[in-house]
Design a protein. Sequence first.
Length: 431
Amino acid sequence: MPAMAAHSLADLSLAVRLGTSDSSLSSCRTLGGYGFRPLPLMVNRERRACSYSHGGVKVAAASEVAVKEKPKNNNKKGAKEGIKESLLTPRFYTTDFDEMETLFNTEINKNLDQSEFQALLAEFKTDYNQTHFVRNPEFKEAADKMQGPLRKIFVEFLERSCTAEFSGFLLYKELGRRLKKTNPVVAEIFSLMSRDEARHAGFLNKGLSDFNLALDLGFLTKARKYTFFKPKFIFYATYLSEKIGYWRYITIYRHLRENPEYQVYPIFKYFENWCQDENRHGDFFSALMKAQPQFLNDWKAKLWSRFFCLSVYVTMYLNDCQRTAFYEGIGLNTKEFDMHVIIETNRTTARIFPAVLDVENPEFKKKLDRMVDINRQIIAIGESQAPGFVKNLQRIPFIAALVSELIAAYLMPPVDSGSLDYADFEPQVVY
Ligand SMILES: [Fe+2]
Ligand SMILES: [Fe+2]
């Protein structure tokens, strides 16, 4: 999924638990898109990953996570700048690979319709973007022109996006490896998706080099915690992550095509084809869920679908509202942009999830805006000079208010949706 940060309520819960000043829901691309941090109610295991080398991304062992400042004059002793955890919050994910193998074992699951996977594999093999990610001198020139706060926020954007793409690469790579024996077709698609994500992460990391920085992906691989999600939750989260990423990229691309004066850095010109990768990734997860209808056809699936939608939308909205300088820097109104992305993602998601949120009800946006205000106050408390225990006490009423808004948003009458058969289903409000 798409570069840019990913988000979830879990970010919120973590920030609250830590009592951090940056209760900022940091960007956290999910498995390839908008990501999820550990949810308190889910099993959260810490795992370590192996090293990989793939596409433009070389991953090797390293001892600490950092953004390295690239040395001038090829001096290899570049300064290593620690990066704030909040900047790299995109989590890395792992899952129950044995359960995944069972789900896609054609011997056990004889009704598994392989024809759709075959068709998707053919599309992935075509590799439409094989020659798309080619840089030119415009990148460095644009980066050199960018100064002051915009430069800083751009670097943050590149770091977060790169980490997010890279988390998708790691998960898909491992799934491709683990499913090879039981379902070679599904396994190969995962491997080809990891190819795409490696390409995206590599391209973003090259972008950082324009700012004389480089993200230490080896460190990330070794040192970050891996969040465990059961396969069912991986499907919900990753599907949303890929689709919301698609809508973010295409919206930015179209906006900048109409308003070229805001084209401050050429990476956005690549978003049109790039987002098609994310769209295809999302379609693959859609096919995976259709192959496992038990994850879509009962009341629990409806509750979880709404939960994941809310997590992703709220986290993105709160996150982006803390980074309005970036969106304004490219001529966007942050809240309008986010609402457009949320509505379009929700419409797309309604084709597969059995229930979605009624995000087009004006009350939903009002709730989001109230959450932004509350979150701002929580952040202000964190940044104050008061002692820690005083800050914690001061936060309590705001956290309670935030939780109450979240519950109210979750309990809004949902849109009954989803169809395993009708892709053009139009959601209807159910009261
Ligand atoms: Fe991607
Ligand atoms: Fe993706």
